[in-house]
Design a protein around this ligand. Structure first.
Ligand code: FAD
Length: 329
């Protein structure tokens, strides 16, 4: 019987494991992919937007070559942190089901084994379901919902659909490295400058504008995507005109959603927030309405890596206090 099982080895899960280890909890992380799996899936060579202090698990431990780390430096940092601190983590083991058997007693089924634990912390992120446009042709092999790299698309007609930073970065990488790149976006997203609205960051927008001036990029102000076909794509512009553009590859980068199924099956309540559906939890302890079930990281309202790392530092000591209370009863 573990004290704590953490589901997910992203920044939130790793931070929680380190804190649990510090206070002597008997814990285990179960991760379906690799350590830092979401970061592993970032575009190759990407420089992240956060500053070092927002990404570090402990102060003065991350030393990128430039001001901000690349995907590779960040992935190496989290992986090495887990290994060098001997964190108890099992990767390539997806959790399939969590059942509450009684007070302080959960059973966790993975694709490889079963475990029992007194408490469970969901640190599952919000990348499970990339959002789809729901248009005809979206299932063609040339359509991707993740952008990894640009080189297969040199001199090809690439369209990126989306209005956030991931879409902006993909369109920029493609334009800079010789693809015929079009960013299909809503005008309001392109013109948005408030970073809190999830717009394209100014250090991505400025080089995008340079690519526009050099005619290496087009921006298409979208009404909607009508249809994706083998050799072209049909778009409606913001005034309702239909245009057909030659096309070899489409990247649909319009966000993603968490899989809340296991939480809901446990009886955890959810609500709608500006980020979409989020679990309901106590803002001090991050415990849900189901006693012993905690949530942390990017599918809560404490988003981004900074929040994912900071919240476990606050809540794990409180979780220990709960055990002490249970023991003394
Ligand atoms: C291209 C890109 C760039 C970004 N840049 C930044 C940035 O510069 N700064 C920033 O703050 N944020 C950035 N983000 C967002 C950032 O990646 C997330 O905020 C961060 O990963 C959240 O950490 P987390 O631990 O909550 O979730 P995640 O890192 O998503 O970790 C969740 C983990 O849970 C695992 N998991 C899910 N379900 C299961 C299951 N059933 N069983 C076992 N394991 C499971 C997943 O495989 C994953 O490893 C970026 C995102 C993208 C896509």
């Amino acid at each position: 019987m573990f004290d704590l099982i953490i589901i997910g080895a992203g920044p939130a899960g790793i931070s929680a494991a380190y804190e649990a280890q510090q206070v002597g909890l008997d814990y285990l992380i179960l991760e379906k992919g690799l350590i830092g799996n979401t970061i592993y899936n970032y575009p190759i060579g990407l420089t992240v937007f956060s500053t070092v202090n927002e990404l570090e698990l402990q102060p003065n431990t991350l030393f990128p070559a430039r001001e901000k780390p690349t995907r590779e430096e960040l992935l190496s940092y989290y992986t090495r942190f887990a290994l060098e601190n001997n964190l108890s983590v099992q990767w390539e083991e997806a959790v399939l089901k969590v059942e509450k058997l009684g007070e302080n007693h959960f059973q966790i089924k993975t694709e490889k084994a079963e475990y029992e634990t007194k408490t469970v912390l969901f640190a599952i992120g919000a990348m499970q379901y990339p959002r789809h446009l729901g248009v005809k042709g979206e299932d063609l092999p040339k359509v991707h919902h993740l952008f990894r790299e640009t080189y297969p698309y040199v001199k090809k007609h690439a369209i990126v659909v989306g209005g956030g930073n991931s879409a902006g970065e993909a369109a920029l990488f493609l334009a800079e490295e010789g693809a015929f790149s079009t960013l299909a976006t809503f005008r309001k997203d392109w013109e948005e400058t408030d970073p809190k609205q999830g717009c394209i960051k100014h250090w991505v927008k400025e080089p995008l504008e340079t690519q526009l001036e050099k005619n290496c990029l087009d921006v298409f102000f979208l009404g909607r995507v009508v249809e994706i076909r083998e050799k072209d794509i049909v778009l409606e512009d913001e005034s309702g005109n239909i245009e057909t553009l030659p096309n070899d590859v489409v990247f649909v980068l319009i966000g993603s959603d968490a899989d809340l199924t296991m939480l809901k099956n446990l009886g955890v309540e959810t609500r709608n927030s500006k980020y979409g559906e989020v679990p309901v939890y106590n803002e001090e302890t991050f415990e849900t309405n189901v006693s012993g079930v905690y949530v942390v990281g990017h599918f809560t309202e404490a988003r981004h890596i900074a929040g994912a790392i900071e919240v476990p530092k606050k809540i794990i000591p409180k979780l220990v206090a709960k055990f002490d209370k249970v023991k003394s009863v």
